[in-house]
Design a protein. Structure first.
Length: 361
């Protein structure tokens, strides 16, 4: 009996320990169940975020590349493969310096892009097929240790459109200024003024368009004979008298005869290649020459002559601009001649009526 009573505390302790172990086992099982549930939820969340990230990464319209410290591509999205013209498996592991259009220092260029902090700008790249493209880029260094983000967007069409727009605006501005100057020149030439003033005004207004060194106005005084009415150098307003003959026989200068016969004018880009060229001036050698005939109706009244000592200084555009002033210049010269005749007639009348005896006779 004594032994039986002594074994009861041991049984009680054993039972208590068993119960505690069971409870701990249940708690542990519950903990494992909760941990597993949390793990599954976390993995599901991570998978969902990874799926979202890859969806954005793969479907992004901009090229996205991840580079290491040696500028080796570690990952790239499909847009990068399309932009650079190379398959994904050939792009990954390839140095980005190979796509640089700057063949002199490609590594320096790319290392500057992947410097400290974000960086934006434009650069030219060389596709795998050799085509050059203009891109806008955005880079961020060390987004992860030794991992750098580079985003590229093809802006070739945009840049080309901007360049075309700039050229169009420049042409429009040039045409507007040209029209303004031509308008002012035409208005100035239409004013009734003495011959010398008209000719000086004409040569002064032509100079912004035509880079001449010497300009001359040769007027017809008789069939086949021209006289030098005015000559100026490129310094506007400064009359320059050279050794040019005051009166010339157009037959001795075939180029003048050809210019008079072509309403649109004559351009001699390089006088060295003109077999029948003869210098108009005895003290200088003409390298390029521009001649514009002056007509009133069907009658030739003279020639505008523009000279430069260097060859190929005048172009077809200069010829067109000079020819656009030929009609108002011819009319202005004709008006100046009429003005001079009127002045002569007025002086004769004044002299005639100032002598009463002569008037009575």
């Amino acid at each position: 009996m004594l032994t039986r009573y002594r074994s009861q505390p041991s049984l009680i302790l054993l039972g208590s320990a068993t119960i505690v172990l069971c409870i701990m086992a249940l708690l542990h099982a519950r903990f494992l169940q909760l941990a597993q549930t949390r793990f599954l939820l976390t993995r599901e969340s991570l998978d969902r975020r990874d799926y979202e990230f890859h969806s954005v990464f793969d479907r992004a319209l901009d090229a996205i590349l991840i580079l290491d410290d040696q500028l080796i591509c570690q990952e790239a999205n499909p847009a990068a493969s399309r932009l650079l013209g190379v398959d994904h498996h050939r792009l990954v592991g390839r140095s980005m310096g190979q796509f640089s259009a700057d063949s002199t220092e490609p590594s320096l260029l790319w290392r500057r892009l992947l410097g400290e902090g974000p960086y934006r700008g434009r650069m030219e790249l060389l596709r795998a097929d050799g085509a050059r493209i203009l891109t806008e880029f955005s880079s961020s260094a060390n987004m992860l240790p030794s991992r750098h983000l580079l985003m590229l967007r093809d802006s070739t069409a945009q840049v080309r459109a901007e360049e075309a727009r700039s050229r169009s605006l420049a042409v429009a501005k040039s045409n507007f200024l040209e029209a303004q100057v031509l308008r002012n020149a035409t208005l100035a030439l239409t004013h009734c003024a003495p011959m010398n003033a008209v000719l000086d005004n004409l040569l002064e207004n032509v100079h912004p368009f035509i880079p001449y060194e010497t300009a001359q106005v040769l007027l017809l005084e008789a069939p086949g004979r021209l006289f030098l009415a005015r000559e100026v150098c490129s310094e506007i307003g400064k009359t320059h008298r050279s050794e040019f003959a005051e009166t010339v026989d157009s037959g001795a200068f075939p180029v003048l005869m050809r210019a008079l016969g072509q309403r649109g004018g004559l351009l001699v880009s390089d006088t060295r290649f003109e077999s029948d060229w003869r210098n108009l001036s005895r003290e200088t050698t003409e390298g390029s020459w521009l001649g514009i005939p002056l007509y009133t109706g069907e009658e030739a009244v003279g020639v505008l002559s523009f000279v430069h000592t260097s060859p190929n200084r005048f172009t077809a555009e200069h010829l067109r601009l000079a020819a656009s002033l030929a009609i108002p210049a011819s009319l202005a010269i004709q008006n100046a001649r009429l003005h001079e005749r009127a002045e002569i007639f007025r002086a004769e009348l004044e002299r005639h009526f100032s002598n009463p005896q002569r008037t009575e006779n």
